[in-house]
Write a protein that binds this ligand. Structure first.
Ligand SMILES: *Cc1c(COP(=O)(O)O)cnc(C)c1O
Length: 428
């Protein structure tokens, strides 16, 4: 029937058995995919409306150099982000180098010595440990006399309301809520649950700043955390909102005061957002946010396909094959270092760039164990593109994400299945 397609898969190293297996998995997913397409439609229109309402013009696609005063494109792009997230303001800059930088900036600019930061959802993302000073680090919040409190999630991912209430004190200034699971196997938080948590916290202390680490969550649902009470949402442009085209950057969208604080910290007191040349990348940032809803949908379909394939093979997957989705990350617990390496090598071999290299575990800055990363991306390190990574520590889980098209995400997963089969870890 599909021999032509099957043949080209074969040329790319996919056996008939892996092809058949994945075709069966895919057959069961059409209803789920329809729902994702509906969300993509809604979010596509939300983005177009934001662009039209902000009067994006051809001139906005050009950039500035030097100080970057009066950069129309940069300022309009920030208005577009504020409109999408329904916030008073936004800072969207190539000078924000990555997601960790965006989060560090939001924290360092809005916290002062003596303030306390609270995470009511357990341990934050690995790189944040050094920002906060959980692991001692130069320039951490701890070095500036900013303390940190944490309340872990209860078993099965439920908020520990009692201890959250107890942890909020007169010094608590900012609450950080991580939407995505990061390198953990807890459930990702839905926007609705984030809203419930924020309401609870604001009832106890109305003036506390609620910040959401929105990495990997953008456009997965119709609402964003800023629609349910978050004062700031923060993320990376080489994940969902960059649509695969943004070559660098981060964003902070939220209340004007908090965004302004971040701008003064990013550049210098007195200068703030007035400086910061956009160079030549604005067209990519605009086109990226325009494509982001459908690119995110493709990545989401890839994640669901991966969950169902690996679940069928008997591995624990988070989320499971039928759960509702709140980010684009798929965790697969492979249970051994060899499994993690084989999976990542399979993903790498599906890449459009650097498909011929074999990734190795290494001591990546900011992480407390060796990490292996598969990424043959157009934008280095971009994880909205087909990518996978896994820390080499129990439970030996890999985190798979991305794929700018579903066809490519599907191929990547098929290559990972083939790689595990070739290593003798699974059989079909
Ligand atoms: C990716 C990520 C970050 C950090 O982003 P980088 O761009 O890698 O610095 C922070 N939090 C979460 C939940 C992430 O997924």
């Amino acid at each position: 029937m599909n021999t032509e397609i099957q043949n080209i898969y074969k040329e790319l190293g996919i056996s008939d058995k892996v092809y058949q297996f994945s075709a069966e998995i895919l057959d069961g997913l059409s209803e789920r995919f329809k729902e994702i397409d509906k969300n993509a439609e809604y979010n596509q229109l939300k983005v177009v409306k934001a662009m039209q309402d902000s009067r994006v013009s051809e001139a906005c696609l050009l950039g500035t150099t030097g100080y970057g005063y009066n950069d129309l494109g940069r300022d309009t792009l920030e208005a577009v982000y504020a409109s999408i997230f329904h916030t008073e303001d936004a800072l969207v800059r190539p000078q924000i180098t990555c997601g960790t930088h965006a989060l560090a900036l939001a924290l360092m600019s809005n916290l002062r010595p003596g303030d306390e930061l609270l995470s009511p959802v357990g341990k934050p993302y690995d790189t944040l440990e050094e920002v906060i000073g959980i692991r001692p680090s130069k320039g951490s919040l701890a070095e500036y006399g900013i303390t940190y409190a944490q309340v872990d999630l209860l078993e099965n991912g439920v908020f520990d309301y009692e201890n959250i209430k107890r942890a909020i004190n007169e010094n608590t200034r900012l609450v950080t809520i991580q939407r995505s699971k990061g390198y953990q196997t807890r459930p990702t938080l839905s926007v609705r649950r984030i809203g419930e948590l924020i309401s609870f916290i604001k009832r106890i202390k109305p003036d506390v700043i609620c910040m959401v680490d929105n990495c990997y969550g953008e456009f997965v649902e119709r609402l964003e955390p800023s629609d349910v009470g978050a004062d700031m949402v923060v993320g990376s442009l080489i994940k969902n909102p960059g649509g695969g085209l943004a070559p660098i950057g981060g964003y902070i969208a939220g209340k004007r005061e908090y965004v302004e604080n971040a701008a003064y910290r990013l550049t210098a007191p007195g200068l703030g957002r007035e400086v910061g040349a956009s160079l030549g990348i604005l067209k990519d940032l605009y086109q990226g946010i325009f494509l982001a809803p459908t690119v995110t949908a493709a990545a989401l379909k890839g994640a669901i396909f991966a969950a169902n394939a690996y679940e069928r093979l008997g591995f624990r997957v988070v989320p499971d094959g039928s759960e509702s989705r709140h980010d684009i990350i798929q965790a697969v617990e492979l249970g051994s270092p060899e499994g993690v390496v084989a999976f990542c090598r399979g993903i790498q071999s599906a890449a459009p760039v650097d498909s011929f290299v074999a990734p190795e575990p290494w001591d990546m800055p900011g992480y407390d164990s060796k990490v292996i990363m598969a990424a043959g991306a157009f934008v280095s390190g971009s994880s909205i593109e087909l990518s996978a990574d896994g820390p080499i520590k129990p439970p030996y889980a890999v985190y798979f994400q991305g794929g700018l098209t579903f066809e490519h995400a599907r191929f990547g997963i098929m290559k990972s299945l083939q790689s595990l089969a070739d290593a003798g870890i699974v059989s079909f």
